[in-house]
Design a protein around this ligand. Structure first.
Ligand SMILES: Cc1ncc(C[n+]2csc(CCOP(=O)(O)OP(=O)(O)O)c2C)c(N)n1
Length: 604
């Protein structure tokens, strides 16, 4: 975990908190005792911001389903509990989620899901409100940090009042924006204990059939709650037009048309449909501004309420004030106006692996070996981009191994099939795939890139790291032992900084009939500790400008102004060079030496 300067939290004070910190604060004040999740942008900081609390059990789980299982178990055990994840995490937890609606809860159970419209750091964009409807689970949507705190605390109350899990949906802007939040004292909720009730908690078909009407009856009660709740708020005046909003869209509308008549939905499932009908009747035209799917819009149309929405405001991507203004201009409500969101003035740079990243050498080797690479999600996904260009697929966490099995079975791959997967992702969703590779005796190699952390999301702990989110030492999962236990017979562990050894290990593994595994074992250079060794430099006179050192795409190596036979020589940025030696190993004229080498002569 990377600890950022935590704001001081004194009861009664108002402090700036991000939406994520505010969600955590709401849970703290509501007396949460177990808070669990799996990292994923934009949700990660929720748990990290309360990891230092000794009165709350704050944990990373290996994946979102396990997190929700843990939170549900704790809730049934009688303590308020919370599970956090990004939107795609709810796909992983969906199996538990859908039936949690049937079991109901013990003490309050809140599931916080952070959507990522615009896919700033996600493999897709999806609207968590669809899950609320599918599961008949209420969903609250804060628009800012103050509401993120208040709604999260309220969600625990709703959960207990209606015996249901409650979803809190944030989006990137509500998760990451900062706003003033007034801090209240924590209200302790000691355990109410576990009350065994197999008809409620053992979802065999006979019991589940009896719970289904309970779920629907509860939904009707919650609809009534939504109609009466102060979570629905009205702003502005006028009868020409009205706007139904939720989440961050609410602020965009107010920014574009400050005095617009607005009905803001704090609870967007179930909808306060009669309240909206009343609002609609009081205006000549009704608009819905919502991010992602036409979820409210379709419900209103189904209820016979005339409304305009996605014909004006896009369904794909994030909204912003300019896009909202353009929609209202198209509708003839406002003039096309000045740009509110200024165009970025930063230089765009392609994403690259870090200098010294231990993921780089294996992909150089895989490229040379002509492998068809089914990749996975993590920092190493950058290998799909130039100059490594050595990943062929990446779909969802843990998919690499199953896809490799299928690719090999298809016979369509023009080269050996290799699945590449990080340690966190392997523990998240890769183990079952590896078991299947053994079961199917698939002719594939699985490359587990063990850098000892969940680097992509900022360096979080996982069951293989030997330490918990709260800093307690833990027994690390033995990846090698696990592969053996699953039944893999051909396993190699290799230091990825040794390019020849890495190439050799992969070449041997590929030539093995049946499933094989290669594990690389260098820690991430950025987290949990910054790994820095003596940097290297280029002896300009010895450089033949062959560009071999450029092939890994190391950001520390840049072109110099000096030419050799018309090609540009290179220099190394000594400040960012980590001393990994990869370029040294690639340099034919041995022109790269340690900066401490006084002689300025090649030493390799
Ligand atoms: C279902 C799901 N949960 C979480 C994420 C966010 N996420 C992307 S990659 C990743 C894990 C990366 O860790 P690892 O596999 O160890 O690779 P590294 O980044 O360390 O190289 C996470 C948590 C996601 N994309 N999908």
């Amino acid at each position: 975990m990377i600890i950022t300067a935590a704001p001081k939290r004194e009861v009664g004070s108002s402090i700036l908190l991000s939406g994520n910190e505010a969600v955590a604060q709401g849970a703290v004040e509501a007396g949460v005792l177990v808070a669990v999740g799996y990292p994923g942008t934009p949700s990660t900081e929720i748990l990290e911001s309360i990891a230092d609390r000794t009165d709350i059990d704050v944990r990373w789980s290996p994946n979102e389903k396990v997190a929700l299982d843990v939170a549900l178990g704790a809730s049934l055990g009688g303590v308020r509990s919370m599970a956090t994840m990004k939107h795609v995490g709810l796909n992983v937890a969906a199996d538990t989620f859908m039936t949690t609606a049937y079991t109901g809860v013990g003490a309050g159970l809140v599931i916080v899901v952070a959507d990522d419209p615009g896919m700033h750091s996600s493999q897709n964009e999806q609207d968590t409100r669809a899950y609320a409807r599918m599961g008949c689970v209420p969903l609250l949507e804060p628009t800012n940090s103050a509401e993120a705190k208040a709604y999260t605390a309220l969600a625990f109350e709703i959960s207990e009042q209606f015996d249901t899990p409650v979803l809190v949906r944030t989006t990137t802007r509500t998760s990451h924006n900062r706003g003033l939040v007034e801090l209240a004292p924590r209200v302790e909720h000691s355990t109410i204990g576990f009350t065994p009730d197999p008809t409620k908690y053992v979802m065999i078909p006979g019991h589940a059939r009896r719970r289904r009407p309970v779920v629907l009856e509860r939904l009707a009660q919650m609809s009534q709650y939504a109609e009466e709740s102060s979570l629905t708020e009205e702003f502005g005046t006028g009868t020409d037009f009205g706007v139904v909003t939720s989440g961050i869209s609410h602020h965009y509308v107010r920014e574009v048309i400050p005095d617009a008549r607005i009905l803001k939905l704090g609870m967007s499932y179930p909808l306060p449909i009669e309240r909206i009908r009343e609002f609609a009747a009081s205006v000549d035209r009704l608009f819905v501004v919502e991010e992602l799917d036409p979820y409210v819009e379709n419900d209103l149309l189904a209820a016979g309420i005339a409304v305009e929405g996605k014909s004006l405001f896009p369904q794909a991507g994030e909204l912003n004030p300019d896009i909202v203004r353009a929609g209202f201009a198209k509708a003839g409500i406002v003039e096309e106006g000045l740009t509110i969101v200024p165009a970025p003035t930063t230089v765009t740079r392609p994403p690259l692996m870090c200098p010294g990243c231990p993921h780089t050498p294996p992909y150089l080797a895989l490229k040379r070996l002509g492998a068809v690479v089914t990749g996975d999600i993590g920092c190493y996904t950058l290998a799909a981009l130039e100059p490594l260009s050595s990943m062929d697929t990446c779909v969802a966490m843990g998919s690499s191994i199953g896809m490799a099995i299928g690719m090999a079975a298809s016979g369509g791959a023009d080269g050996p099939v290799v699945a590449t997967i990080g340690d966190s992702t392997f523990l998240h969703g890769g183990i079952a795939g590896l078991a299947d590779a053994v079961y199917a005796q698939a002719n594939i190699t699985v490359l587990i890139l063990d850098n000892g952390t969940t680097a992509m999301t900022g360096g979080q702990e996982h069951p293989g790291t030997g330490v918990t989110l709260q800093g307690t030492p833990a027994t690390p999962v033995d990846l090698l032992g696990m592969c053996k236990a699953v039944g893999v017979r051909d396993i190699r562990v290799v230091d990825p900084y040794d390019l020849a050894a890495t190439y050799g290990a992969l070449e041997d593994a590929i030539s093995h009939a049946g499933p094989s595994v290669v594990i690389t074992n260098r820690p991430c250079v950025e987290a949990p500790m910054k790994v820095r060794d003596t940097p290297f430099k280029v002896i300009a006179d010895a450089c033949t400008a062959c560009q071999a050192c450029m092939t890994p795409g190391c950001p520390s190596i840049v072109w110099s102004d000096e030419l050799f036979e018309g090609r540009r020589k290179v220099v190394i940025d000594e400040v960012t060079c980590t001393g990994c030696t990869l370029c040294v190993q690639l340099c034919p004229p041995h022109a790269i030496v340690l900066v401490t080498n006084e002689e300025e002569t090649a030493n390799v």
